[in-house]
Design a binder for this molecule. Structure first.
Ligand code: AHR
Length: 381
């Protein structure tokens, strides 16, 4: 595909200047990089040459986008977090379904196994392959500026999904969740539910996600803010790394250290909740709407909602993993030379059984809860 497009370069150069406006910042960075008057002549020449090579790469990329990649597949590299949870499986499947050959894409997929260094390496391998677009679901939210600058220099648009990158804005678009809102929703729901049930004191244990992931940071921050607002006690918060094993291990240790002292467990994803339930079963602690412990979870994948229906998880706060169709829209906009929105938030729902459906607001906005039925479970990922 690229060779075809390169041969069209001269004919389409006027169109090319209009393309990929979502990456406009990169052009400026490349052209302002040479402090010529302070350097020796040969250094200046080398820098100028490097800058013009970068400009040429950008022009080719822009021309490809303007030409619509006629007749070829669009090459997409996806650096996925790993395979730690049901949510992640749904996210991977969604990307693989959308970016299929039948849909006109050639997808290079890397499962980074929750290893940040491997994820940076994956992105660099996509630059080496000269893919057309890079999708990153960042394991952690920092440490990105250098590699995103490399993507920018190679004129490869980066689309971030799910978790955020907080130390660089050198990406074209982000599609994901408002994790702080999810954490606040769990806290506000808990207050309303506790009031309904006559629970006067909240003593909560939190099993958090991967430390430094924006999903963990946002949910912890949001829940803490509401805990402070209403005077909930958070007895402890330890990471279960978004895994079932991690959730079980942390809960086993909580059961020993806080026996008889807690009445709420907040798991930052369904898989941690599955592990926490095993640990509480083994310790003889009852949980769920009819148990001694209110169990809150996030994600609302099929198995999580089944546990809400089975009266094990008291309320489940969704994190929507189906970003890929929105990412495809972003790519199609870029192909046409349009500027996509920089941020797209996924729609999310809060789930419970009727007795745990209560009225609450987040930042003054009334929230609606969804009753978990067989049909709702059937329709979930
Ligand atoms: O980033 C989204 C989070 O990561 C999901 O809550 C969790 O299940 C996943 O591992």
């Amino acid at each position: 595909m690229k060779r075809n497009v390169i041969s069209m370069l001269a004919a389409t150069s006027m169109v090319a200047t209009l393309a990929l406006t979502g990456c406009g910042g990169s052009k400026e960075a490349a052209t302002t990089a040479a402090p010529a008057e302070t350097k020796a002549a040969e250094t200046t020449a080398a820098v100028t040459e490097a800058a013009s090579v970068t400009e040429a790469a950008k022009e080719v990329k822009e021309t490809e986008a303007a030409a619509g990649n006629a007749g070829g597949l669009i090459n997409v590299g996806f650096a996925q977090v790993g395979h730690e949870s049901d949510w992640r499986t749904a996210s991977t499947k969604s990307c693989q379904d959308v970016f299929s050959e039948a849909n006109g894409y050639n997808l290079s997929f890397v499962d980074c196994d929750n290893d940040s260094a491997a994820q940076l390496e994956a992105v660099r391998s996509f630059i080496e392959q000269d893919v057309d677009y890079i999708i990153i679901d960042p394991i952690v939210s920092t440490g990105w500026d250098t590699v995103l600058t490399e993507c920018e220099d190679a004129a490869i648009p980066v689309i971030v999904i799910d978790r955020t990158i907080d130390d660089s804005d050198k990406y074209t678009a982000w599609v994901g969740s408002d994790f702080t809102k999810e954490g606040k929703a769990a806290g506000e729901w808990l207050k309303a539910y506790a009031d309904k049930k006559g629970i006067s004191e909240i003593n909560a244990l939190v099993i958090s996600g991967t430390t430094g992931a924006s999903a963990q940071l946002g949910r912890s921050k949001g829940f803490q803010e509401i805990a402070d607002k209403y005077g909930f006690k958070i007895l402890d918060e330890q990471t279960g790394d978004f895994t079932e094993d991690g959730g079980q291990q942390v809960m086993e240790s909580y059961c020993k250290s806080y026996a008889g002292k807690f009445n709420v467990v907040v798991c930052q994803n369904d898989n941690e909740a599955f592990g926490a339930m095993t640990a509480m079963d083994n310790a003889g602690i009852s949980y769920g709407p009819n148990g001694d412990v209110v169990l809150i979870s996030f994600d609302s994948c099929t198995a999580g909602l089944e546990d809400v229906k089975a009266e094990k998880i008291t309320a489940d706060f969704e994190c929507n993993p189906l970003a890929a169709p929105f990412v495809e829209q972003v790519i199609q906009q870029l192909q046409k030379g349009e500027t996509p929105d920089k941020e797209v938030y996924m729609e999310e729902h809060w789930f419970a059984l009727p007795d745990a459906i209560v009225d609450f607001s987040v930042d003054g906005e009334a929230q609606t809860m969804t009753e978990v039925t067989d049909a709702v479970i059937e329709a979930q990922y």
